[in-house]
Design a protein around this ligand. Sequence first.
Ligand code: ADP
Ligand code: TRP
Length: 336
Amino acid sequence: MSTAKSILTGIKPTGQVHVGNYAGMIRPTLDLMASNPDGENFLFVANYHALNSIGDPDQVRQFTHEIAACFLALGLNLETTSFYRQSDVPEVFELTTVLGSVTPKGLMNRAHAYKAAVDANAQKPNALPDDGVNMGLFTYPILMSADILLFDAHVVPVGKDQIQHVEFARDIAGYFNRRYETEFFTLPAHSVQENLEAVVGLDGRKMSKSYGNTLPLFGDAKARRKAINRIVTDSKQPEEPKDPDTNTVYQLYAALAEPAEIAHLRARFEDGGLGYGEAKRILADKLDELFEAPKARFEEYMSDRGELEAMMAKASERARDKAARKIAALRRVIGT
Ligand code: ADP
Ligand code: TRP
């Protein structure tokens, strides 16, 4: 049996790419795709998913370009990976409609993001349960399932918060396959960094664009150092032993550094003798070391949007071709 796999993932253009995205999704995705020589790789910018939260077209365009430039700067290989914008593959939206017809509404009621919105409304005195929830948010997992199933992805690398969505895609593929008594859609599986919990942000909560607590990957290095210096720590003196696991500086370092470096810093925290000032400097140095060269490449890509668009148009060809063939076959299965 062939071991060739199809790997697929996407990211929404809703803000500047940050260290949480890098450690949770970008780095593992690039590693997985680089070690899949006999398989197929698909990476895309989920720009229609972004519309649920962003109504400014210039922002959508800007963040889309930033994601493309970011992946290219970090070593994305366009020879071996099809790279596209979701909107460049309109078959995704046709498939979304078809999948809607086999997806029980109750499944969407159980989606974490929707439930979180309803729970938040329950805490507000005069809010109705669905206040602020648009249908894009409610049906988000169906569009995401279409993204995945259209390309028969076997493996979907994501951060842990996305596991439920990939499981939904698997469920929805199953509903379709059972209704039409076929194996038309491949059942996808998520791939996560088992040993990485959500990367913490500057305020100790999960790093997220929505919390404004991020370290952008290609931000100004001096501003980044200042932001790191503002991370709140306890008042332990340098010589006192410290618990690395309750410490934002250590946790950020642990998300980025090599295992031997992490073990070394951990021991220094536990033994005492490492002050927070020095720990913050070690973290800032690590970020400079990792992102200085990619940042220069990122800026180079961002400086010529015409060229970037041309690269994206070419990089999407294979995906568009494959999507068209899958939809033609789908129409035969469903009789449309
Ligand atoms: P955000 O929460 O900042 O809006 P996205 O939802 O766009 O981030 O996430 C893009 C990818 O990065 C997803 O695969 C997600 O699981 C991953 N990711 C986002 N934030 C983190 C984090 N703090 N730690 C680990 N992975 C993350
Ligand atoms: N929902 C993902 C996120 O918020 C983005 C996404 C959209 C995605 N479609 C996808 C990820 C398909 C993997 C596969 O990060």
